[in-house]
Every structure is written in C-alpha cells, then in structure tokens.
Design a protein around this ligand. Structure first.
Ligand code: CA
Length: 229
C-alpha cells in the first residue's frame, strides 16, 4: 500500500512535532516545514494533504491557500488557526481550504479529520490495489506485477511505479515534472531525461516483444500519456 504524504506547515516546532508524531503513528509519511515559502514549494510537489498554520512567517497561510488554488492545485488543505475571528475568514473567504481546526486542538481529532478528508477526496489508496487491464496487458497493483497474455513481465521497481502512475491515469497527459515527483520524489536532483529513459525501457519490455499497439504515448514538449484501453 502506497504511503500517503502529509505536509505539515507550522512554525511552532512543538506543535509540528506533535502533529507529525500522531500522523506517523497512523502510517502517514510527514514532511514538516516552518514557513510559508517552504509550504508553497512542497505543496506544489506530491503531497496528499496539507496541514497549514495561518500564522506562518514569510508567506501567510492565507496567501499559501490562495496561491495554491489560483494555480488550480487540488491538494486538500486543513487550516490551523489560533484565533476564533480567523475562522470566519477561513470559511467565509473565497479561500478554498477544505477544513479548519482551531488551536488548541487535539492531535487525535486532527488525524481523524485528515483521514476523513482523504477519504472524501478519493485520495485513499485501497488495501488491495487495482487490477488494470488494457487489452492483453494486465497490471496488478497488489502483486506489483505486469503481465501480457498472462506471462509475467519483469520490471524494476521504478519502472513498475512509472507504469502504474501512467496506467492509473490512462488518457491523462502527465508532465515529466509531475512524473518525476510522483515516482522519484521531491528531492530527486536528476533531470527529466530520466523519465524518457524509463519510458523507453517500458516500451522495450512491454510493447515491442509482444507487438502490442502503442500504450505509452509521447505528448510532445510535455510528457507522457497512457493510451486508454
Ligand atoms: Ca504560527
């Protein structure tokens, strides 16, 4: 089961650590940041949910939400607010946060809200991964196997992860940058050609030996798209 990553933007280290502790205990991966710039930078990556303090140094929490929504990023956001009078702004505003929690708060309640929002937003990963079928190709997420005509195709972990990301979003053009962040992670410092190399290998392992119609389609100047079945 893929680990979900929660970004916690809070300048109070004690609060941040407490929240991180409770989330990690529930099996989430946590990235902590202490200012608004860090929150923005990280939230543009592959976080599954953002817990955001309003009173952040640098860029305020309000501006972080506004900026992310203006960029049409759909990452769910739970706002932490210290003052009751901010709640009206958080909710009434054109702000686009998904939920708020007033300080002082119970970490258990926060974790419960996080889970609820992830469920609601369809970001929870099912216990058993999907079985995707594209003609003669079958991708079994639970077993982490790809099969053509029932025969196992040997893929390296990154190759499989890239295949899952593309096939799981069949018909959607995914940018190289997005794929890098989803498959290689935030801190990958290589360049986008890495994606091309891996797509090339996937084609050589899946499409070519079995003479399948093209599945991994190039979207010129952008990235890749998996052919819809
Ligand atoms: Ca603060």
């Amino acid at each position: 089961m893929a680990t979900q990553t929660i970004l916690v933007a809070e300048d109070d280290a004690a609060v941040r650590d407490l929240v991180a502790h409770h989330l990690e205990r529930e099996g989430f991966a946590v990235i902590g940041v202490s200012d608004g710039h860090g929150a923005l930078r990280r939230a543009r990556g592959a976080a599954d949910l953002l817990i955001l303090d309003i009173g952040l140094p640098g860029v305020s929490g309000f501006d972080v939400v506004r900026t992310l929504r203006r960029e049409e990023r759909s990452v769910p956001i739970v706002v932490l607010t210290a003052r009751c009078d901010e709640i009206d702004r958080v909710l009434g505003f054109e702000l686009g946060a998904d939920d708020y929690i007033a300080k002082p708060f119970s970490a258990r309640e926060l974790v419960a809200r996080v889970k609820c929002i992830l469920r609601r937003s369809g970001r929870t990963v099912p216990q058993a991964g999907p079985l995707l079928r594209f003609g003669r190709l079958e991708i079994d997420a639970s077993a982490r196997e790809a099969r053509v005509d029932g025969a196992d195709v040997k893929l390296k972990p990154r190759e499989f992860a890239l295949l899952m990301e593309l096939a799981g979003n069949a018909g959607v053009a995914l940018s190289r940058d997005w794929l890098l962040q989803r498959v290689w992670g935030f801190d990958f410092s290589g360049d986008e050609r890495t994606i091309d190399v891996h797509v090339h290998r996937l084609r050589a392992k899946i499409e070519e030996p079995w003479k399948l119609p093209p599945l991994l389609l190039t979207v010129h100047g952008f990235g890749y798209k998996f052919a819809r079945g």
